[in-house]
Design a protein. Structure first.
Length: 143
């Protein structure tokens, strides 16, 4: 997509991110604006996500796309960019995602996994409580 740039967030972006985290019921635990990246379309922030370094592995979390910019490929762009950034930090560490949207992650090349770090097992169980739509919460690992 033209004119989309993925870049580190600034403190100025954070009120937008906080609002969307709450609105979209995304993982807002232990948030630090410095761990986020944003996608900008014509200089407007339209998506965001973060990389959490858990020591032995990375987690892509809190991935959100503005409602009016969904289905344009922006979510996939930021997801793949975050996965690439995590791998550049340390290619030996696996990259995981906990999600209610398994199709989105499958289409982006992630695979469902049963080999789950203990901390993500707990997160998966906690997030199930928020899943009123009855969709499955799945954990994916990067390529």
């Amino acid at each position: 997509m033209q004119n989309v740039r993925i870049q580190r967030t600034t403190k100025k972006d954070f009120p937008y991110i906080e609002e969307k985290l709450e609105k979209y019921i995304l993982d807002g635990d232990n948030i630090d604006w410095r761990t986020f990246f944003v996608a900008r379309l014509n200089r407007k922030t339209v998506a965001f996500g973060r990389i959490i370094n858990h020591g032995e592995y990375f987690e892509i979390a809190s991935l959100g796309v503005d409602y009016y910019h969904r289905k344009k490929g922006i979510g996939r762009m930021i997801l793949l960019s975050l996965a690439e950034k995590a791998k550049r930090r340390d290619s030996r560490k696996p990259v995981y995602c906990v999600t209610h949207s398994p199709v989105f992650f499958k289409k982006s090349g992630f695979k469902e996994t049963k080999d789950i770090p203990e901390k993500l097992k707990l997160k998966k169980c906690e997030k199930c409580k928020f899943d009123s739509a009855g969709s499955r919460v799945m954990i994916f690992s990067g390529k």
